[in-house]
Write a protein that binds this ligand. Structure first.
Ligand code: ADP
Ligand code: MG
Length: 303
């Protein structure tokens, strides 16, 4: 039979906005010594702002960052429109942000043959033109001679009919509670904090540094995240467990592989919420340490 204290644990967690899907997860939560984080939407807000649009005639090499309501040239507007249209069927945080930055209603009839490639970006036919919008990996895959700029940020490259057309620089904000959340975990005996991301290494290092994570793996494809997590599972100490926290559709395989999968409930995708063992209803990363403490208290495990 299930001890009464387990019900108290699940109830106590739910009062904090933490949904624990079964009493067995209280045990795995209590034993957590390693927490692996996805970056976008987990440590950061998952809401990108456009901070620069650069066509091929941008000779600066280093992108000026705009603030407020910039006035874009016709060429820049065209790039943003192509990107927003190509991304119009995707729910990826980058896609949603580009559609919002475009700001006008998107005529989805102009878009056909949409292909979304995890960890790369999208390819779609827009007004009869083949538009590719995504990162370096997508450009390489499409054999596009792209140009990188020296600025820090997430870059969405664009190619139209196989020719490089420029890039859009976007940036995300770190969640206000993220650094405190890492500290709370360290204080609770979670000695290993790891960040896994498909994003650029400079962005990844900057975010990790700001929140206090030293172990970072960047430019990962969804499958690479699974193999990184498997390595951690193989090398964990006896009776200690590995948790993964994520929000995206690409995180579902990792969420179901780890000892305890934790999903962001508010911004998170349905697939992530479904695959998770624990759901943070308000996306607050501070709740991870809280959930671990509630679980330990209810199991009377002292760490
Ligand atoms: P994360 O690990 O940050 O959650 P993803 O695995 O979802 O990221 O994506 C990794 C990278 O792939 C992104 O940083 C971006 O460069 C690129 N990417 C993925 N999906 C898209 C998209 N829909 N549009 C543009 N770029 C994308
Ligand atoms: Mg993600």
């Amino acid at each position: 039979s299930i001890p009464l204290s387990f019900f108290a644990g699940i109830g106590g967690a739910s009062a904090e906005g933490v949904l624990v899907k079964g009493s067995n997860y209280l045990e795995t939560l209590a034993g957590t010594r390693t927490v692996v984080f996805d970056k976008t939407g987990t440590i950061t807000q998952g809401v990108f702002e456009v901070c620069g649009i650069h066509g091929t005639n941008c000779a600066s090499g280093s992108c000026p960052v705009v603030s407020g309501h910039p006035v874009y040239t016709k060429e820049e507007e065209q790039l943003l429109e192509y990107a927003a249209l190509a991304e119009c069927h995707s729910t990826h945080p980058i896609s949603v942000s580009l559609q919002k930055a475009y700001g006008r209603k998107l005529d989805v009839d102009r878009v056909t043959d949409v292909q979304e490639i995890g960890g790369h970006g999208v390819i779609a036919t827009v007004d009869g033109h083949r538009v590719a919008a995504g990162n370096d990996k997508l450009m390489k895959k499409e054999k596009i001679a792209y140009r990188n700029c020296s600025c820090t940020g997430t870059i969405v490259h664009l190619a139209v009919d196989g020719v490089y057309a420029g890039h859009i620089l976007i940036s995300d904000m770190i969640k206000p509670n993220a650094a405190a959340a890492m500290q709370a975990l360290k204080n609770s005996g979670v000695h290993r904090l790891v960040m896994l991301t498909g994003d650029d290494d400079r962005v990844a290092q900057q975010v990790a540094g700001e929140v206090g994570i030293t172990e970072v793996h960047s430019q990962l494809l969804p499958a690479d995240k699974v193999s990184e997590v498997e390595k951690l599972l193989r090398t964990r100490e006896e009776k200690s467990t590995v948790a993964f926290v994520g929000d995206g559709i690409n995180d579902a395989p990792v969420l179901s592989r780890v000892d305890v999968g934790i999903a962001m409930g508010a911004l998170g995708s349905d697939a992530a919420i479904e695959a998770a063992d624990v759901v943070l209803m308000d996306d607050d990363p501070l709740k991870i340490a809280k959930a671990i403490r509630i679980a330990r208290k209810c199991l009377r495990i002292v760490y």
